[in-house]
Design a protein around this ligand. Structure first.
Ligand code: ADP
Ligand code: MG
Length: 333
């Protein structure tokens, strides 16, 4: 079973679960399902789970930040569709002996993220968990149907962009796991914040969608190479990534150097960046960085292109390499 990997397991379900209802315009396979509403709007729905010892270590994250991240990773999936998040449902399992200050701090972090993005917490479920903390949010959002950004909309020749920086979250995780590594205090705090308090790019997603600037988008949760691979695959295309162009922050580069890690590897396969990656027609690409910066305050960087076929290549240090593999897979063999 495990040899199939996470995405092979999802495929087991997807191939037997083709949607039957006419209002469903996207089911399994995108960042959110898309359900048409009467009028020109559609409903976006996604769910993401955080498990203790898989996604976080209880001793290494404050309950406030855990609450923030639990919602933020879901908000990011709505951002990837170009949508506006609206409502969330929270299913949570905490150990029976959890104390009230922990729950209050967790609640406050989650609700701070909810307020920041205009999300109402409308329901959920609460259980005692015998095996650690388990958190699952279902998020709802909406967008005009004509604006929705799908993973599958990419076209050959589209330029692939990334919003913000990548690699910082993976560097922050490294610092959590190696707290004795001597690094600059400001670098440590910036990288820990990238890992524990990600800020999903809702404004960027809405800007791209409402101006019809991108053909396809995804959020970077499992590593930019893997996630761009999902976008390319759903678009029926191959991809080329120029590793030297990946936007890696100076703090991430400094800490990677300290830790003996390659910052480009962190950026390519580290994951949990919760930034957007998207495909833009070439005629839009040149003007896009300035337009995004002016409209959203977010810098975006061209990192590659979609190409015909199903190949995946990375340009590193002047040489093209096979770009398959890397990134996070819960059921990796
Ligand atoms: P994301 O990283 O954006 O959350 P995933 O890679 O986790 O997306 O999932 C890929 C797709 O598979 C999504 O459309 C998701 O809704 C779907 N999916 C994942 N697990 C299941 C499952 N157990 N049953 C049905 N669909 C699933
Ligand atoms: Mg996603």
């Amino acid at each position: 079973m495990t040899a199939r990997g996470e995405f092979g397991i999802i495929e087991l379900f997807r191939r037997e679960a083709a949607p039957t209802r006419p209002e469903v315009s996207a089911g399994i396979g995108d960042d959110c399902a898309v359900i048409d509403l009467p009028g020109d709007q559609c409903l976006l729905v996604s769910t993401d789970m955080l498990l203790e010892d898989v996604h976080f270590l209880r001793a290494a994250v404050s309950p406030w930040r855990l609450g923030w991240k639990t919602l933020a990773v879901n908000v990011s999936d709505v951002a990837a569709m170009g949508g506006e998040p609206t409502a969330a449902f929270l299913a949570m399992g905490f150990p029976r002996d959890v104390d009230e200050p922990t729950l209050v701090a967790f609640r406050d972090g989650l609700l701070a993220c909810a307020r920041r993005f205009g999300v109402d917490l409308l329901g959920g479920d609460t259980v005692a968990s015998p095996h650690g903390i388990s958190l699952c949010v279902t998020i709802l959002g909406r967008a005009p149907r004509a604006d929705v950004l799908r993973r599958s909309g990419g076209r050959p020749g589209d330029v692939l962009f990334v919003g913000g920086d990548i690699g910082a979250s993976a560097a922050g995780l490294h610092l959590l796991l190696h707290p004795d590594l001597e690094v600059d205090d400001a670098d440590r705090e910036a990288l820990l914040a990238a890992h524990l308090e990600p800020v999903p790019q809702v404004t960027l997603g809405r800007f791209l969608a409402s101006h019809h600037l991108a053909h396809a988008a995804i959020d970077v949760s499992d590593g930019v190479l893997q996630d761009l691979g999902h976008l390319a695959e759903e678009s029926g295309l191959g991809l080329e990534v120029e590793a030297d162009r990946l936007p890696v922050s100076p703090a991430c580069r400094r800490v990677a150097e300290r830790a003996g890690l390659d910052p480009v590897d962190l950026a390519l396969t580290g994951g949990e960046d919760y930034v957007l990656a998207f495909a833009v027609p070439p005629e839009v690409a040149e003007a896009l960085p300035a337009a995004c910066l002016a409209a959203t305050g977010c810098h975006v960087t061209a990192v590659g292109r979609l190409v015909p076929g199903d190949g995946r290549r990375i340009l590193r240090a002047g040489a093209w390499m096979d770009g398959v593999g890397g990134g996070y897979d819960h059921f990796a063999p």
